[in-house]
Design a protein around this ligand. Structure first.
Ligand SMILES: *Cc1c(COP(=O)(O)O)cnc(C)c1O
Length: 427
């Protein structure tokens, strides 16, 4: 077999980069095979190093809601680039970004920019602890909040995919401060608060979970969470790094009419460049240095190129208001999978909302970690590879959401529906 460009690049990468990848989610270990390299991307299409064109349902793991290489975002970056790449002083873009964020997400009264979702959640947790003067936090099994020590416990996404939901290297003494509860379980919440009176600084949740695959909360679950955290003086943190600006302009909190105390953002807010942000109640945010005692910083935070890209992405969302259209496209994909599976007599669950969806090969509704891991992973791997052979790229894991963008119009969705139908028929 002749060595393809992707194959030779991967061979070189594996010599020097652990596993050949700079983020484990990109590895194909759970589905088998080697990742392909991409040399360019436009709209809904990736072009691989071997000149294959793929319809992309990973969308750079969420950020690319306008598709790849959007001309308006590109122009905004080019314009910012003319003036320099980093100043180490405040710059005008940061102010415009903050104004946009508080306008889009009303629960955010003040906001701090950082460079990744991991930084945003790590800092929000520290802030909740500093503000409440308590140590313990609650997270939910299978939710992923980046890779800081407090949060890499029963984590989803790549940590789960590759079999390390509890990472080595996290001291047991740190892990003890993190209480892990099942998602969608009200009684477990009540018990945890009763067992740890006045000790719980914060609860962090993906309000719609996207890192176990896509999972929705039961009706009333999030409002119960809001009530119980308010009762106990615990900071409620909505991690909307994935869902923010994706499911609605104001995120899940807008859809569910819930006001968290803090919100973490990332992905879309960078327009394809590395950005994170956290914000919320002004009285909590004012605990941050230089006003308050909780320290948080970043040499490149509020970087002008990243701000320009993010501002352009957010303004485009405002202009296009694509959410209803994206939901129709998502529903079209879901219905195609459900219909094909029904014909075939194959048990499948396809949770979908807006531009997010998942395909779980299981007969039970998926509502938490335990039900998600019942999905048939081997069958998913066959499904994944058969789709890829036909030019449709899904995330290489049974525990990741699929994403649509405004560039996935007509032909891309129709083709994906055809491929899903054909592949399920042959499974
Ligand atoms: C992606 C993600 C993160 C981590 O963001 P990075 O930019 O990868 O550090 C945190 N929380 C959620 C919900 C995410 O989806």
């Amino acid at each position: 077999m002749s060595s393809t460009h992707s194959e030779s690049l991967f061979a070189r990468a594996q010599q020097l980069i652990p596993g050949g990848v700079n983020s484990p989610v990109r590895a194909f270990r759970s589905v088998g095979g080697a990742p392909f390299f991409v040399k360019s991307a436009r709209g809904a299409t990736l072009t691989t190093a071997d000149d294959r064109e793929l319809i992309d349902f990973v969308c750079t793991w969420g950020p690319a809601i306008h598709g790849h290489n959007h001309p308006v975002i590109k122009a905004a970056i080019a314009e910012a680039l003319e003036n320099g790449t980093s100043f180490g002083t405040p710059n005008p873009y940061e102010v415009e970004m903050a104004e946009l964020i508080v306008q889009f997400v009303p629960s955010i009264q003040k906001v701090r920019m950082c460079n990744s979702g991991t930084e945003a959640t790590m800092s929000a947790i520290r802030l909740a602890r500093g503000f409440t003067k308590r140590d313990k936090i609650i997270k939910f099994a299978g939710c992923y909040h980046g890779h800081s020590d407090s949060l890499l416990i029963k984590a989803g996404s790549g940590a789960l995919t590759h079999g390390y939901p509890d990472s080595a290297g996290v001291p047991a003494s740190f892990a003890r401060e993190t209480i892990v509860l099942p998602y969608n379980d009200r009684a477990a919440l009540v018990e945890a608060f009763a067992a740890n009176p006045e000790q719980i600084a914060g609860v962090i949740i993906e309000p719609y979970c996207g890192n176990l695959g896509f999972i929705m909360p039961d009706p009333g679950y999030l409002s119960h969470l809001r009530e119980i955290t308010a009762q106990h003086g615990t900071v409620l943190i909505f991690d909307e790094v994935m869902t923010g600006f994706r499911l609605a302009r104001g995120g899940v909190q807008e859809l569910e009419s819930i006001t968290p105390d803090l919100t973490t953002l990332g992905k879309i807010i960078g327009g394809g460049l590395p950005v994170g942000a956290f914000g919320g109640r002004a009285d909590i945010m004012d605990y941050l240095a230089p006003l308050g005692p909780v320290y948080q910083a970043g040499t490149l935070s509020g970087n002008p190129l990243a701000m320009a890209a993010g501002i352009a992405a957010l303004k485009l969302l405002d202009e296009l208001n694509p959410y209803e259209r994206l939901d129709q496209l998502g529903a079209q994909l879901r219905d195609a999978v459900l219909a094909a599976a029904k014909t075939k007599g194959l048990p499948v669950q396809v949770p979908q909302r807006g531009s997010m969806f998942s395909i779980f090969f299981t007969s039970q509704p998926v509502r938490d970690y335990e039900t998600a891991i019942k999905g048939d992973i081997k069958l998913f791997a066959r499904f994944f590879h058969a789709c890829l052979e036909r030019g449709v790229y899904l995330a290489p894991s049974a525990f990741e959401a699929g994403f649509l963008s405004t560039a996935h119009e007509g032909a891309a969705i129709d083709r994906a529906c055809e491929v899903f139908t054909e592949v399920i028929g042959e499974l």
